[in-house]
Ligand binder design. Structure first.
Ligand SMILES: Nc1nc2c(ncn2[C@@H]2O[C@H](COP(=O)(O)OP(=O)(O)O)[C@@H](O)[C@H]2O)c(=O)[nH]1
Ligand SMILES: [Mg+2]
Length: 490
């Protein structure tokens, strides 16, 4: 410190304050803390290492430190569709996990049409997920999709690269509705990247500018329309709240055509480049749907569970019952419900465990009669918030001794072997839901819950598979028949 400070304490204080002010200024210049980037892209399991505690069917173990192997992806995978690797799209996903997945697919579609590389986003835990409170709400992309699969289709960048790639800020904000601007601002804060401000209006560079724009209603999937709507050349664009926002969605015919032409028997893309001008918009969307599959660790855990529970060696029917009071049924208490929602609410709220047990038992007999498929077991999936309801259905089905039943209590037992696996414990509900989806999607018959994206994602997967599932049906209608029978029997 200069000698004259020793004599003058006021000057000394002023000097200290000045130094503090400089430090504060330089920190705030960073705009936002680099929060989620501290979350490592962990994948729970490792493969081809020691056998797990002597189990015979698996050669994997908990691998806290294992991360997406980007070096291997870069050196071994050439994407079927090449995109500009110098311009990027960062999707901001919204609502429940399967809405996010569909939103991610929309974002990949837009990225292809705009010739941009996808920066992998974070996904979010569902609002009923208890672990949001103790740990984090964020889920790295590698815990929701298989990064190898999407990398075979298009080039994608690791989330952590965003601080380098977009360090000067997001040039443009692509909106799906006016509400999405607020979400883009929040997401930008989270990843620590500012939205560039246009000089005159002090607003971010927003596309489209029409305040009444709503992508759900007025969008056209054609490339020319999308390029016109999101007409900007900036390096980094943030795409806020995609969900059914590109004017195209899964189509059964397109899924089948694409599977036959571009995928091999195991369901991975053939190793050849794809010229997108030879594809219809629906076929392109089908390619994306089939390239966004569950992560490998989810599939591996399910392989193990299927063996232990004997589902793998039986003909089983899976049932998804989505209608929990804690989440789905909330829409039923809103005033003014009409039409389809109203009648679904009536069935969902009146359904008793006996209705489900009878509906499941009767339908398995119908399948046997009409399709000569003897179903010996049911896998019954439902949100963790209605465990007592599930257990009651299980008890009733077991007491009738017509068909065996496996539920989440069996899956939970199986998962106790991963008790020391931190990633699984911290994201238990999220991973559990994905495991149940995978179990449901492999069944010989699937009874879906209408209005649920959880069910819808499974249906697309089944439509795209090499098997034709003739007996897939809607559980709510089957249950409604039982409610009516009960009513008229009074
Ligand atoms: N474990 C489990 N969770 C479920 C099931 N159905 C719904 N959930 C929970 O509810 C969420 C559903 O949210 P979302 O993916 O938006 O699907 P949607 O609300 O049905 O359209 C999931 O993420 C789970 O947390 C189920 O059958 N099993
Ligand atoms: Mg939802």
């Amino acid at each position: 410190m200069p000698p004259f400070f020793k004599r003058n304490s006021r000057l000394k204080l002023a000097f200290v304050l000045l130094v503090c002010a400089v430090i504060v200024c330089s920190l705030s210049h960073r705009d936002y803390p680099f929060l989620p980037l501290d979350i490592k892209e962990k994948i729970p399991l490792r493969w081809n290492t020691a056998k797990w505690r002597g189990t015979t069917n698996s050669s994997y173990r908990c691998g806290e430190e294992s991360e997406t192997d980007w070096t291997s992806i870069k050196s071994n995978i050439i994407p079927a569709i090449e995109l500009d690797r110098d311009r990027f799209l960062y999707p901001v996903l919204t609502n429940g996990p399967n809405n996010q997945l569909i939103g991610f697919r929309d974002a990949v579609y837009l990225a292809i049409k705009l010739n941009r590389t996808i920066l992998l986003p974070f996904f979010n835990k569902h609002r009923t997920d208890d672990s949001r409170i103790n740990t984090t709400k964020l889920i790295p992309a590698s815990q929701r999709i298989d990064i190898d699969y999407i990398s075979r289709l298009v080039p994608v960048m690791a989330n952590k690269k965003i601080s380098n790639i977009c360090q000067k800020g997001f040039d443009d904000v692509y909106l799906t509705s006016e509400r999405a601007l607020h979400m883009a601002r929040n997401a930008a804060k989270h990843v620590g990247i500012r939205l560039k401000i246009t000089s005159k209006e002090e607003l971010p560079n927003v596309f489209p500018r029409d305040r009444n724009f709503d992508a759900l209603r007025n969008i056209n999937a054609k490339e020319i329309s999308l390029r016109h709507l999101y007409a900007s050349q900036g390096r980094c664009a943030i795409y806020s709240a995609p969900y059914r926002s590109v004017g195209v969605k899964e189509n059964p015919g397109a899924l089948r055509r694409v599977r036959e032409k571009y995928f091999n028997g195991e369901g991975s893309l053939k190793d050849e480049s794809i010229n997108t001008s030879n594809l219809s918009d629906q076929e392109l969307y089908a390619l994306i749907t089939m390239s966004t599959v569950k992560p490998k660790f989810v599939r591996k855990i399910v392989d193990g569970f299927m063996d232990v529970s004997r589902l793998a060696s039986t003909n089983y029917m899976s049932v998804h019952w989505r209608y929990d009071p804690a989440d789905w049924q909330k829409r039923c208490v809103k005033s003014g419900r009409r039409g389809a929602v109203s009648s679904m609410c009536d069935s969902a709220t009146n359904a008793r465990p006996t209705d489900l047990a009878s509906a499941i038992g009767n339908y398995s007999k119908t399948v046997e009669r009409q399709g000569s498929i003897r179903l010996t077991t049911v896998y019954f999936a439902a949100p963790l918030t209605i465990q007592p309801f599930i257990e009651e259905v299980k008890r009733l089905i077991e007491s009738r001794q017509e068909i065996a039943i496996v539920t989440q209590s069996d899956l939970k037992d199986y998962l106790t072997q991963f008790g020391d696996c931190d990633v699984i414990q911290k994201n238990f509900d999220d991973i559990f839901s994905q495991l149940e989806m995978d179990i449901c999607s492999r069944a010989q018959v699937f009874l879906r819950s209408p209005s649920s994206s959880w069910s819808k994602v499974i249906i697309s997967k089944r439509v795209a598979s090499t098997t034709t599932y003739r007996f897939d049906a809607d559980i709510l209608s089957l249950v409604q028949e039982q409610i009516e029978r009960r009513h008229y029997a009074k």
